[in-house]
Design a binder for this molecule. Structure first.
Ligand SMILES: Cc1ncc(COP(=O)(O)O)c(C=O)c1O
Ligand SMILES: N[C@@H](CCCC[NH3+])C(=O)O
Length: 440
């Protein structure tokens, strides 16, 4: 039976799993495993779906890819081709965008504790927008702008007081969040007044992000309406009219057959309708609507290929452990959020399952389980498995725990595979260490 996440295009004439027209067994052989593989056309298609919604609704918009979901030069190059913006949250992400020759005016800089060095770097490189999170940042940014004798565009991030229904580790819109200015206590208004007073900051609008991996539109609807409300209040109270309303990202994707999020573009349709509806009740001009999708752009496009190694049977009715050559170092999400994924047997994704196993990694942690109750056909060492939908927050959150080198990343498009991040070597992993006792 075919996994729901796959289509007929995923099976080649040999019956093997293929991605972007390339056989996954060949990819594993050519590039080794574990391997992150992206089907680039899926990313391009999703961007087009988002664009279509805005264009049909005839509203001004900006799509800004949240590059924390997957950051590498290659992805900045793809999204630049598609003509969208990106947001970054660190000097490292910014550097990667610079290395990819991404137009810096299309970069927004987020973060709840941006350092002076990061702000200086952003201003020096002409980052298009700084999304201001707190009072300390207003102070730092004013100083940096003063020193560099320049100005920059900013947005104010507010906490809309909306609890989204997602894992508590990835909810951000509730009042008790570390991100953004609180509305109820008047923090957001104070921030507005300070920014309007600054001759160096050009305020373009208001931002909120309610969380990640959200499955339905209710929270977005409420957040969108709240943002228009804030914009209307700022106009009537302070004479400031927002040119942009940024609703953040967070559109959930389907990782398993049981999960039923609405399609990413449907979230956007609902958001746009809510904003248009609210704006028409006010005297505001239609602001540009910004979205910041991360997971929904890159998650479903990503696959992780693993090779099966050891197997442990435990008498007494326990599920066997089947170990692969990766694990929590290349995908921390199962251990961190109890995230679930589906995995298929690459040689024959339609092969009937004969058992359920615990798919575990090679890291020295009992919690290094990639999937419990994973149905699989009979596997043997050397077989290749493909975990689906690993494109977001997989490579981005990879670590060198146990000093395991991180996997390579390959982009596949039109039957061609290209390495976009090379595999780390053991020498890469120890490259930063210095000799404490000067022993040669
Ligand atoms: C401010 C902001 N925008 C966008 C995103 C992207 O979220 P997602 O990957 O869930 O679309 C995040 C991460 O949650 C975020 O913090
Ligand atoms: N890293 C999280 C999402 C956090 C989003 C960042 N604000 C995940 O894997 O689901």
């Amino acid at each position: 039976m075919m996994n729901e996440q796959l289509t007929a295009e995923n099976i080649n004439s040999a019956g093997h799993l293929q991605i972007g027209g390339v056989d996954t067994l060949k990819l594993a052989e050519q590039f080794g495993t574990p391997l992150y593989v992206y089907d680039v056309s899926k990313i391009r298609n999703q961007i087009r779906h988002f664009k279509q919604v805005f264009e049909e609704k005839k509203v001004p918009y900006v799509i800004s890819y949240a590059s924390k979901a997957f950051c590498a030069m290659g992805i900045y190059q793809v999204i630049q081709q598609e003509g969208i913006h990106a947001d970054v949250v660190s000097a490292g992400e910014m550097q990667t965008a610079i290395d990819a020759s991404f137009p810096m005016q299309n970069i927004s800089f987020h973060g709840n504790n941006k350092s002076v060095a990061e702000l200086e770097m952003a201003i020096k490189h002409g980052v298009g927008l700084i999304i201001i999170d707190n009072f300390h940042e207003i102070d730092l940014l004013n100083r940096v702008l003063q020193e560099q004798q320049t100005t920059c565009k900013v947005m104010i991030r507010i906490t809309p007081g909306i609890a989204s229904h997602t894992h508590s580790y990835i909810a951000t819109g509730q009042v008790d969040s570390k991100f953004g200015f609180d509305l109820q206590s008047g923090q957001a208004d104070r921030a507005l007044q300070m920014i309007l007073k600054s001759s160096r900051m050009d305020l373009v609008g208001v931002h909120a992000h309610i969380g990640s991996q959200i499955f339905d539109s209710r929270g977005f609807d409420a957040a969108a309406r709240k943002l228009v409300d804030v914009a209307a209040h700022w106009k009537s109270e302070y004479g400031y009219e927002a040119a942009a309303i940024n609703v953040g990202g967070g559109f959930g994707i389907q990782y398993t057959a049981q999960q039923k999020p609405v399609a990413p573009e449907e979230f956007v349709e609902d958001i746009v309708s809510a904003i248009v509806d609210e704006v028409t009740k006010t005297d505001l001009k239609m602001p540009a609507i910004w979205i910041e999708p991360g997971r929904s752009l890159v998650g479903p496009a990503g696959y992780t290929l693993y090779t099966v190694g050891s197997r442990k049977e435990i008498p007494g009715g326990y599920e066997p452990f089947v170990a692969v050559d990766g694990g929590m170092g290349d995908n921390i999400r199962p251990a961190l959020y109890h995230a679930e994924y589906e995995t298929v047997y690459a040689r024959d994704p339609q092969a009937p399952a004969v058992e359920q196993v615990r798919l575990c990694g090679k890291y020295c942690e009992s919690g290094d389980i990639l999937a419990e109750h994973q149905p699989l056909p009979q596997t043997k060492p050397g077989d290749v498995l493909a975990m689906l939908d690993t494109g977001a927050y997989g490579y981005a959150m990879a670590s060198n725990y146990n000093r395991n080198p991180r996997p390579a990343v390959v982009f596949v498009e039109n039957g061609q595979a290209r390495l976009v991040v090379r595999r780390e070597t053991p020498a890469d992993v120890s490259r930063l260490d210095l000799n404490y006792l000067n022993i040669e």
